[in-house]
Design a protein around this ligand. Sequence first.
Ligand code: GRF
Length: 218
Amino acid sequence: MTARLVVLISGNGSNLQALIDAIRMKVLDAEIVLVVSNRKDAFGLVRAEKAGIPTHYMPLKPYTAAGRTRADYDADLAQIVGEAAPDWVVLAGWMHILSSAFLDRFPYRVVNLHPALPGKFPGAHAIEEAFAAFQHGEIKQTGCMVHLVPDEAVDAGPVIGVAEVPIYRTDTLETLANRMHQAEHKLLVQSLQRLIVGDEEVSDDDYMDEDDDEEAFA
Ligand code: GRF
């Protein structure tokens, strides 16, 4: 069954593009039913529109300006995302920490991509921090991961996929960032496909169990 994805973005959207391309090439059995951005000028919105995907711009500012909370914003966001009936909600460069007001609506259905290895460099500056740590001789390589987001912990949760990304002495922050993004594009597609196939296997097993029960009573 083709999985329904809602993708949340805040910027360039190169990972969104990787998903769009993988779906076109039929290596990802999914359909992107909605792209939401919290930034108006996110280039990912242009990518989505070009691909004919519905988009929604949802800024936080009107909420804070009206004295409303992030939880209010997250609850409204959950409503909009929920109306698109996603199987998976994909955070692909979404620069807003989601509270339980959002996450509790989609338990174990929110997937995040982070440009660091599990447990390393959480937050918005993972690539810069890994580059600096390499310069100080603290690490030899970095990587990226795709994980589920069950709760409010930042860049943490059950890991679906990991890719190691080497750092070379000749690297600049830019060359490392480029290598990271290449690795992320591949990893995100592979990890989502694994989740989608796993989902189908779970339902197949459930079906088999029912058959087994019937046999037992026959
Ligand atoms: C990626 O490095 C992602 O891991 C991070 O933000 C970046 C988004 O890139 N959270 P893009 O918008 O998909 O090009």
